[in-house]
Design a protein around this ligand. Structure first.
Ligand SMILES: NC(=O)c1ccc[n+]([C@@H]2O[C@H](COP(=O)([O-])OP(=O)(O)OC[C@H]3O[C@@H](n4cnc5c(N)ncnc54)[C@H](O)[C@@H]3O)[C@@H](O)[C@H]2O)c1
Length: 336
């Protein structure tokens, strides 16, 4: 019997790719989502890629009673917790919602996992827990000084999960600090379906190349980087998804809670990404330069050594693959 893995937020951008990677690795995923920022229309796509109807439950992760039902109905052995709210700007305006969903959701989930005797948890954390890096590349021992409400909710959940593992040696917890996931499933049938104007660079480029948005605003070309534009660590969402499989396998042999960066281990500037995207789509991306935004940093990229050593994982898809796959997704509609 394949192991049943609950994927909260399994209808979302990262979660849906994790679901497909789980099937490919021989697991039996169960999708949990309340569709706050996604749609059940992703499910037929998942079924098509998996070759069978993946079980899915419409549940809010804060609803402990409903979670108990899920653990009763499915022989779950581990949880990958992707459900959450993730828009940094929105988090500043709606702190209560972010603490409620991100912190409250993790607490309800841990409570019910404990009751059900399920102790293996992979948590979607974020490089935003680091805030402004003091040194590059950023390793897991770097200070955690998140700039935003969003980043603070991730740091708080990390602390909470470490405290759980400290109090009860049964827990096996991976805190995966994602850098900048981008791209789409190679089939073009799964991708990032932003509601409204996208916040992230690659989805913006998709909409601009498709003629849905006018031009790209580049915030600052006077950063202390090679071409003056901001540098970030972009990793292909399928690589990221495979990192969760590697984490699950690692947790089978260890106890406790451990933070692990998932990134490519190198950065690309905004202009490098634009150039790669222009190659992928064969169109020119119009851009305007604007002043730096407060709170932005010049460069951020991961030290991905721990993931390589412990998880035997590293990214295998480059920036050109990210752009080609994102553009394929956009050309197939870019939405569900
Ligand atoms: N995409 C990124 O750039 C990025 C970077 C770092 C970390 N993360 C983290 O990874 C996780 C997944 O991100 P994503 O990009 O797939 O975002 P997403 O919004 O596409 O997916 C999150 C999913 O969680 C669901 N959800 C939200 N609140 C819920 C609730 N109360 N109960 C059940 N489901 C709920 C949403 O409907 C959505 O399907 C998030 O926790 C996010 O903070 C994402």
């Amino acid at each position: 019997m394949p192991e049943s893995i609950l994927v909260t937020g399994g209808a979302g951008y990262v979660g849906s790719h994790v679901v497909v990677a789980l099937v490919r690795a021989g697991y039996a995923p169960v999708v949990l989502d309340n569709y706050a920022n996604s749609t059940p229309a992703v499910l037929p796509r998942l079924h098509a890629l998996a070759g069978y109807a993946i079980p899915a439950v419409h549940v809010d992760v804060r609803d402990a009673d409903a979670l108990r039902g899920v653990f009763r109905d499915h022989p779950i052995t581990a949880v990958i917790h992707c459900a959450g709210l993730k828009a940094v700007g929105e988090s500043q305006a709606r702190p209560l919602a972010y603490y409620d969903v991100n912190v409250g959701g993790a607490m309800a989930l841990a409570q019910v996992m404990g009751e059900a005797g399920v102790a293996t948890l992979v948590f979607s954390s974020s490089a935003s827990v680091y805030g402004e890096p003091e040194a590059l590349p950023i390793d897991e021992a770097a200070p955690l000084q998140p700039h935003s409400v969003y980043g603070r909710t991730k740091r708080i959940v990390e602390d909470f999960l470490c405290d759980l593992a400290g109090a009860n040696a049964n827990w096996r917890i991976a805190l995966l600090r994602y850098f900048n996931p981008a791209g789409a499933h190679v089939s073009g049938t799964l991708g990032e379906a932003a509601r409204g104007r996208p916040n992230n660079l690659v989805p913006l480029l998709c909409k601009i190349a498709a003629g849905e948005l006018a031009n790209l605003t580049v915030y600052g070309n006077d950063w202390p980087t090679a071409d003056g534009t901001g540098v970030r660590d972009y990793l292909h969402v399928e690589d990221l998804a495979e990192g969760h499989i590697a984490a699950l396998r690692h947790l089978a042999g260890v106890r406790g809670a451990l933070a692990i960066n998932l990134g490519a281990g190198r950065g690309h500037s905004v202009l490098e990404v634009v150039a790669a995207f222009e190659r992928a789509c064969g169109r020119r991306i119009a851009r305007t330069i604007a002043p730096r935004r407060p709170g932005d940093v010049a460069a951020s990229y991961a030290d991905a050594t721990r993931a390589a050593q412990l998880l035997h994982w590293r990214t295998t898809r480059d920036l050109d693959a990210i752009c080609a796959d994102a553009w394929r997704w956009q050309q197939q509609g870019g939405r569900y």
